[in-house]
Design a protein around this ligand. Sequence first.
Ligand code: AKG
Ligand code: FE2
Length: 365
Amino acid sequence: MSSPSTSFTSIPILDFSLTKSPTTKNAFLSQLRHSLINVGFLYLSNHTVSSAVIDSLLEYIPKLFALPQEAKDAITMANSEHFLGYSRLGKELTKGKVDRREQFDFATPHISRWKEGDPDHYRLWGPSQWPSEDLIPGFRSVFEQYLNQVQDLSDHFSSLIAESFGLDPEALDGFYDSPEKMQHRAKIVHYPVTHDGSDQGVGPHYDAGFLTFLLQASPHRGLQVQNLSGEWIDAPPIPGTFVVNIGKALEFVTSGLARATSHRVLSPTGTTPRYSVPFFQNIGLDVKLTERVLTFPPEILALSASRGRVGATDSVNFSEFDKEPSGKVNLIGRVKSHPDVAEIHYPELFKQIFPTGHSGGASAY
Ligand SMILES: O=C(O)CCC(=O)C(=O)O
Ligand SMILES: [Fe+2]
């Protein structure tokens, strides 16, 4: 566990049921600590999200993408100042390069947050756009149940992270607002088969927030995670698990103890598409990370000192966390990923980030 600068070659699998008994919880916390410090990714088995809800969601996903194009376009993200809705294939960028995926961005229920005088980034949070109930009956209810259960799991998981680092279970609570003032986002993603050699399902990137819970919703490989030496390690789907990874915000407030790890998805090359459902746990919109950096016991800090240095990666970064509130950092990320939506709803910010228009490739991403 503490061997210096070893680079991982696989992603650890953690059994969430170990947290239920005081006799096994410590073993879980120790595996969690190792995964956070050395890998930044883990699989979580025997978790608390209902398998009936997941199975039902898995059945809906191909039907969702098979909806008529007009029904999907009716809820296009361009309608939404919250960046919620449908994006056609090729509408999203990572580091200025087009990703080959089609997706729906949804979020946990929330009112439109922004009021006169509020900062622009309050406009990020608001209601999802749902496909017509007649066309896909029951989907919304199943997905809302799913989001609710993953949200509960993510809350619980954040207290386990605190404990694994020798802190009180509540140590991360100050990063979240009260539940009715929180909104978490999730996407349902379709990676079509490609045979033309352009394999960027999604390009190398870090996630921005605290924790991501990813459901790999078809049996395809494609997700890859970059280790300390820069090699790409496969993270194949394991039925019954989530892939959990650390975002840049959690890395920042743990002074790098918890690693945000670069990852990407290669497009499937066989005959069937790949599907996935990432859930991005947010923190409060107003939280300034520099004001809340945590302090850790010295024996925990020593573990990260022996980890070895992370080599240069080619990933998207979120360098604005050292000055801007978390909501603003997220808004900047959304503008860079979805410039066509930003141009409609955030014309000023769009101009600052893309002074020559978005085809000019001015983005740092
Ligand atoms: O589709 C996947 O497996 C991962 C997607 C991802 O990393 C992301 O959307 O941030
Ligand atoms: Fe990601």
